[in-house]
Design a protein around this ligand. Structure first.
Ligand code: CA2
Length: 144
């Protein structure tokens, strides 16, 4: 059976659409999950869409992807900028990794310019809002 693409979302992304809509857009995370499922169908892919506020759980999801996924699309949110544990897990993942951010982190505070994900990612998509997830699925389809 074909393995799914894991789409992993980090802390506070469950709050999307409720505040800071000027930065992150008005779509909820459920809306983005629907968008990803629709896009995946057009590409003949299956998506396993997850969100956690817990760093350890995010690491567990990345470890699970090693056997259980064909690629990882990752918006690690704030853990992008802080997590060596996540970086180490991603180094071991052995599947293509595409980093996504809704906002253009390079137009924002300097602490958002550092990513522990980018050095182990195939590529980075940021600043295109929810569409970034669709672009990442296009990229994943080409990579696998
Ligand atoms: O732009 C992105 O996708 C980010 O990964 C979002 C993170 C931020 O820490 C990264 O620097 C860039 C924050 C996600 C928090 O989401 C919220 C949603 C609604 C209200 C408040 C925060």
């Amino acid at each position: 059976m074909t393995k799914p693409v894991f789409i992993l979302n980090g802390p506070n992304l469950n709050m999307l659409g409720t505040r800071e809509t000027d930065v992150y857009g008005s779509q909820t995370l459920d809306d983005i999950a629907d968008l990803c499922n629709d896009k995946a169908k057009t590409l003949g892919m299956i998506v396993d869409f997850r969100q956690t506020n817990d760093e350890g759980e995010l690491v567990n999801h990345v470890q699970e992807a090693r056997q259980g996924a064909c690629a990882i699309i990752l918006n690690a949110a704030a853990y992008t900028h802080t997590s060596v544990a996540l970086h180490d897990a991603l180094r071991m993942a052995d599947v293509p990794i595409i980093e996504v951010h809704l906002s253009n982190v390079y137009k924002r505070e300097e602490f958002r310019h550092k990513s522990f994900v980018s050095p182990v990612a195939q590529g980075v998509i940021c600043g295109f809002g929810a569409q970034g997830y669709e672009l990442a699925l296009d990229a994943a389809a080409k990579l696998i």
